[in-house]
Design a binder for this molecule. Structure first.
Ligand code: SF4
Ligand code: SF4
Length: 347
C-alpha cells in the first residue's frame, strides 16, 4: 500500500510506533568523529523523525543494532549460570539503505543458516522490522550498482523523502502501518493521519555510482601466492577499522570477565573481532596462520569477492564503501579489487 505523508505526519507516525517498538537508525553524533571537530553517523535510538540522518551515509552500519559490538551472553555466579536479557526489550524497527538490507542477508546466512542457528542473534533478529531508506543519489564511495545491491525487495516498509525531508512517500507491506495509516479508523473517519493513499510507491534507488568495480572472475593460486599483497605489509597498520565498519564482517571473540568482589562470578561476552589485527589467527602452541599485514589483506579481500561466493553462491561484499572511507592509511578496497580484475585481463 502506498501513502504520501505531509509535514509533521512522519513524527506522528514515530510517536505512534514508539509505543510498541524501539526505532533505530543512523544518527549524527556531534564532535565524535575520527578527527577533532568532526561528526560521526552511527546507529542509535530515534526519538524524532528529524534525528534520522538522510544526507550522509552512516560511518558504521546497522550491524551494531542487530549484532552488538559487545554482547553479554550469560552471567556465571559460583556454580550457577543465568542467561543475559536481550538488548532490546521491545521489537525494533530499523531504518537502513538497500546495500545494508543486502548485508543483513549475509549476516542471516552466517548466523542462522550456516550449519546451526545462533540463539542470541536469532532472538534479536526475529523481532526486527526493516524500513528501507530510498537513495535519491549515490554516496561518494559506494559501488552498490557494481555489486547488484542498489535495489531490494526485502523490506516491511520503504520511505522516500520529499520536500527536503518535510514530506515522505511510503510503500508499506506491514499490517501495523496499514492499520495506523489507512486502516479501519480511517474508513470510519477517525484516523489521526490525513495522508493520501497512493496506488504504488517505488523506492528511490541509484543506477550509477561514482565508484565502479569490476569483480574478478577467477582468483586463482597465482594471485593467492603472488607478490601483489606485499605492498600492504607496510601500507596497512593492522588497525582493523575496515572490519568494524563492514556490515558483512561477522567474526567475534569471547571474553570472560571476572568480578573483583567474587572471583568465581562474572560474565561471558561476545565481542566483534577483526581478521586484519595481529593475533587473530594465533593458535595453541605458538602458531599463526597469517603473520603479515599483506597476508591478512589477501584473506579479507578474497573472502569478500571470491571465497564466500564459493560457499553461498553470491558475493559477500555489498559495495557500501565504508571500508574505503574509514581507512587511516587511505587503502582502498574498491581500488584493490579493480587492480585484481585488471591483472586478470592482462593474463
Ligand atoms: S568490504 Fe567494504 S565495501 Fe564491501 S561490504 Fe565491507 S565495508 Fe562495504
Ligand atoms: S582500515 Fe586500513 S590500515 Fe586499518 S586494517 Fe583496514 S586496511 Fe589496514
Amino acid at each position: 500500500m502506498g501513502y504520501q505523508l505531509q509535514k509533521g505526519e512522519m513524527q506522528q507516525l514515530f510517536d505512534a510506533l514508539s509505543r510498541d517498538y524501539i526505532l533505530l537508525g543512523p544518527v549524527k553524533r556531534k564532535g565524535e568523529g575520527m578527527y577533532s571537530d568532526t561528526d560521526v553517523v552511527r546507529y542509535g535510538e530515534l526519538k524524532q523523525w528529524k534525528d534520522l540522518e538522510w544526507d550522509v551515509k552512516s560511518h558504521y552500519s546497522f550491524k551494531e543494532a542487530i549484532l552488538p559490538i559487545t554482547q553479554i551472553l550469560f552471567y556465571f555466579i559460583e556454580d550457577e549460570i543465568k542467561e543475559a536479557d536481550a538488548e532490546h526489550r521491545k521489537p525494533a524497527v530499523v531504518f537502513m539503505r538497500s546495500c545494508d538490507v543486502h548485508a543483513l542477508k549475509r549476516l542471516d546466512e552466517i548466523y542462522l543458516r550456516n550449519r546451526f542457528e545462533d540463539y542470541y542473534y536469532k532472538r534479536l533478529r526475529e523481532k526486527v522490522k526493516i524500513v528501507l531508506m530510498g537513495c535519491e543519489s549515490s554516496c561518494k564511495s559506494g559501488f552498490c550498482v557494481s555489486m547488484g545491491t542498489n535495489r531490494t525487495e526485502d523490506y516491511d516498509c520503504a520511505v522516500n523523502i520529499r520536500q527536503n525531508g518535510e514530506a515522505a512517500e511510503l510503500d508499506s507491506r506491514w499490517v501495523v502501518l496499514d492499520e495506523l495509516l489507512g486502516g479501519s479508523d480511517r474508513a470510519l473517519g477517525k484516523s489521526a493521519f490525513k495522508s493520501l493513499m497512493l496506488k504504488s510507491v517505488i523506492p528511490d534507488s541509484v543506477t550509477e555510482n561514482w565508484v565502479k568495480v569490476a569483480v574478478p572472475k577467477n582468483c586463482g593460486s597465482d594471485l593467492v601466492h603472488g607478490d601483489f599483497w606485499k605492498e600492504y605489509d607496510s601500507r596497512c597498520i593492522a588497525c582493523g577499522r575496515c572490519n568494524f565498519v563492514c556490515p558483512t564482517c561477522t567474526c567475534f571473540t569471547m571474553q570472560d570477565i571476572f568480578y573483583q568482589d567474587n572471583g568465581r562470578s562474572g560474565e561471558r561476552r561476545r565481542v566483534h573481532a577483526s581478521c586484519m589485527v595481529d593475533g587473530y589467527t594465533d593458535v595453541a602452541g605458538g602458531g599463526s596462520y597469517r603473520k603479515s599485514n599483506g597476508q591478512r589483506m589477501r584473506f579479507k579481500v578474497l573472502h569478500k569477492i571470491s571465497d564466500f561466493k564459493k560457499q553461498f553462491g553470491y558475493q559477500m561484499c555489498v559495495g557500501c564503501g565504508r571500508c574505503d572511507d574509514i581507512c587511516p592509511e587511505y587503502i582502498s578496497f574498491s581500488d584493490c579489487v579493480n587492480r585484481i580484475a585488471d591483472m586478470e585481463q592482462e593474463v
